[in-house]
Design a protein around this ligand. Structure first.
Ligand code: PRP
Ligand code: URA
Length: 207
């Protein structure tokens, strides 16, 4: 399953709401809600270990996530719209920031900033970006993470195009991707149809 369209009804419902024209506030809220649900799905295989806590009746056996270090990797700008939702689910996650701009003429990714946390070889990276269109921005980000030793890389997106899925699977078959929806195709300008329009503009209110 390198790319999985998460079948959960809450996600499918919320993506439908996201597609509707509406306020920046509503778009941001839905983006955050879906990000939480995608994190929930993408972390389902995290191993647990037994632990003990002191509770109201004394020592109580519990479970906790076993030594899993996570870095969230929002791709600027639009990935920032998913960051707070993801942090709600993994409050201790470290955040690595990557800036990749898609050239509007060539559709090629142009990385412009990166601030990675340390010890990437010990971490699971959850890349956050609402749109997987040509796949160029995601592939460039995975390239950067791998170059720094990261081995467990997972991508969370709101909408993926078949073209981007094929490109990501070809370039990085080991990277799993959870998406809220797989759409029809890219238009001549590289926008996903039906898609969401320009996700960055909708999150930042710049359209
Ligand atoms: C958008 C989007 C992805 C990228 C997807 O970002 O958020 O990062 O395009 O397209 P691709 O799969 O063809 O690379 P954009 O570069 O427009 O920047 P923004 O987030 O600042 O709006
Ligand atoms: N970036 C977006 O924001 N939307 C698309 O449809 C494609 C790339």
């Amino acid at each position: 399953m390198p790319v999985l369209a998460v079948p959960h009804p809450l996600i499918r419902h919320k993506v439908g709401l996201l597609r509707e024209e509406g306020s920046t506030k509503k778009f941001r809220e839905l983006t955050g809600e879906i990000a939480r649900l995608l994190v929930y799905e993408a972390t389902a295989d995290f191993p647990l270990e037994p632990a003990t806590v002191t509770g109201w009746c004394g020592e109580i056996p519990v479970e906790r996530i076993a030594g899993r270090k996570v870095t969230l990797v929002p791709i600027l700008r639009a990935g920032l719209g998913m960051l707070d939702g993801a942090l709600d689910m993994i409050p201790n996650a470290k955040v690595s920031v990557v800036g990749v701009a898609r050239n509007h003429e060539t559709l090629q990714p142009e990385p412009y900033v990166d601030r990675f946390v340390g010890h990437l070889d010990e971490r699971t990276a959850l890349i956050l970006d609402p749109m997987l269109a040509t796949g160029g921005s995601m592939i460039a980000t995975v390239d950067m993470l791998k170059a720094r030793g990261c081995r467990d890389i997972r991508a969370l997106v709101l909408v993926a195009a078949p073209e981007g899925i094929a490109a990501l699977e070809k370039a990085h078959p080991d990277v799993r991707c959870w998406t809220a929806a797989i759409d029809s195709h890219l238009n001549a300008d590289g926008y996903i149809l039906p898609g969401l329009g320009d996700a960055g503009d909708r999150i930042f209110g710049t359209r």
